[in-house]
Write a protein that binds this ligand. Sequence first.
Ligand code: FAD
Ligand code: DLZ
Ligand code: SF4
Length: 509
Amino acid sequence: MKLGLILGDQLTLSLASLRVLDPATDRLIMAEVHDEATYTRHHKQKIALLFSAMRHFAQSLRDQGWQVDYHHYRADSDATSLLEVVSQAVNTHRPDAVVLTQCGEYRLQNAMDRHWSGHLGVPIEIYGDDRFFCTTSQFAQWADGKKQLRMEFFYREMRRQTGYLMKDEQPEGGQWNYDADNRKRWDGKTPFPTPPQFERDAIDEDVMALVSEHFADHPGELTPFYWATTREQALDALSFFIDQALSRFGDFQDAMVRGERGLFHSLLSPYINCGLLTPKEVCEAALNAYEQGHIPLNACEGFIRQIIGWREYVRGIYWLHMPSYAKENTLGNDRALPRYFWDGDTRMACMSDCFDNTFKHAYAHHIQRLMVTGNFALITGITPTEICDWYLAVYADAYEWVELPNTLGMVMHADGGYLGSKPYAASGNYIHKMSDYCKQCHYSVKTQAEDDSCPFNSLYWHFIQRHRENFQKNPRMSMIYRSFERMDDDKKRRIIARADHLLDHLDEL
Ligand code: FAD
Ligand code: DLZ
Ligand code: SF4
C-alpha cells in the first residue's frame, strides 16, 4: 500500500501522482496545516480559497472511489506541518512508500528532498508535475549557455511545441506577437463584463468562519469573497471569460480604470495555480473561441502568450536558479517597504486604487502589479526581499515559483537583466496615459519638481540618474539618458532634490 500526499496547489484529478496510484489499494492524504497557512502572511481570501477548494477536491476524490484522510485545520493540533501529518499517517498505515507530485515551491521540495524520507523511514517517490508544458530539464537545456534569456524566443519554442496558433510551421497571421495592438487606454465606453458570482455551500461557510477566527491578523478583507472553490465553478469562470471578456482582452490588456477589479482580464490565475483548471484546457478554450471566429487573433495570441510563454518561462527560471535567485539584489537596494503597502493609506491615487483592489479582492491585474506598485518599488529602491514578501502575501494566485521571478526579475531588475532586458521604470506619464487615475489625484502629473508634483515623475529620473552605471550602455535605454542630458542643469537639480525629499519622507506620500 502506498500513501499519496496531495498538496493544496495540486487539486487536479489527472495529477501525475494520482495516475500511478490505485484507489483500490492506496490511500490519499490531504492536510490543512499551520505551517503552510503561515509561511507568509497570506491574504485571508487566499487561505479561504485554498482550504475550501481542498475540501471540495477531497470530496471529488472520494466520489471517484479514493480513500482520503483529510486533516482539518485546528489551532491546537499537535501536527502543525505537512511532515508531521504525514508522519502520523505513516505510523498508522505503514505504507511501502509516500508518493507525491513535485512541489511548486523550492522551500517545500527542498525539505522533502533533504529530510522527509529519513524522518519517515519509508521511501518517497516524486513525479514531475506535467500540468506544465515545459519540464524543468527541458527549460534548463534551452537556457544552457545563455547569459541573458528572452521570453519571446522561449515563447516561440512553446508555440512550435504545442502547435498553438501555428499554420504550416508558421505563426498564425504571420506574426508571433501582437503586443503592439494591445496597448490601448480604456475607451470609456466598452462595458466591463460582470464576473459570475457563486453560490456558497456549507464547506465554504465553515472555511470562512475558520479563517475569520484564526487568521484575523492576516492582510486583506475576507468578504466580499467572489472566488470559485470547486472545479465546476472554476469551469464556469473560464466559460464566462471566454464568452464575455476575452474578445477585448488584447485591446485593453494594459489599461487601468479606477474601481474596476479585473477589466477584461481572466481572473483565472488562482485556479490555474492551485489546479482547479489546467493551463492546457484554458489555452484550448481560447483557441477554440478563435477558431470559431468569436475572438480576434490579437486577443487569443496575447492570452496564450501569457500562459505558454510568461508562465512557463518564469517557472523555468525559478527552478533553474533557486535558491540563489531569491537573494539577488544587483541594484543594491536597501530601502524599507513603505507603510502604505500594508495599510493602503496614501494620497497617490494610482497606488491607492491598486491597494484597494489588492486588499478587497486578493487580486490586482498585471499592469497594476507591474507599472504601479512594482514600478514604485523599483524607482524608490525597495529591498527586493521585502517587496517579494509583499507580493507573495497579498494575492490569491501567489506561489513563490511564479511570484519571485515576476517581482525580483521583471519588476525589480534585481537579477541583473537575466529575465528581462530593460527595467520597467516609468514616470507618471505612463500611468496617466493608460488610466484615469491622475485626474483624481492629490498630486499633479503635469509637473516634476513642485511640492505637489507626481512622485513618480521625479523618482523616475532619480532612478535613471543613480543607476547610470547599470543602464547607460543598454541600447534600449540610451535615448532616456540622452534626454536627461539635454535637460537644463537647474531643472535636473530641482527634480533630483524633489526626489531626495520624497525618499526621505516616503512613508508620508
Ligand atoms: P490575465 O491577464 O487574464 O492573464 C492570463 C493568465 O496568464 C493568468 O491567469 C496567468 O496564469 C498567466 N500570466 C499572465 N502574466 C503572467 C506572468 N507575468 N507570469 C506568469 N503567468 C502570467 N502571477 C501569478 O499567477 N502568481 C503570482 O504570484 C504573480 N505575482 C506577480 C508579481 C508581480 C510583481 C507581477 C508584475 C506579476 C505577477 N504575476 C503573478 C503575473 C500576473 O500579474 C498574474 O498572473 C495576473 O495578473 C493574474 O491575473 P489574471 O488571471 O486575470 O491574468
Ligand atoms: C498556500 C497553501 C496554504 C495557505 N495552505 C496549505 C495547506 O494547509 N496545506 C497544503 O497542502 N497546501 C497549502 N497551501 C499550498 C502550499 O503552500 C503549496 O502546496 C506549497 O507551497 C508547494 O507549492
Ligand atoms: Fe499616480 Fe502620479 Fe497620477 Fe497621482 S499623479 S495618480 S501619483 S501617476
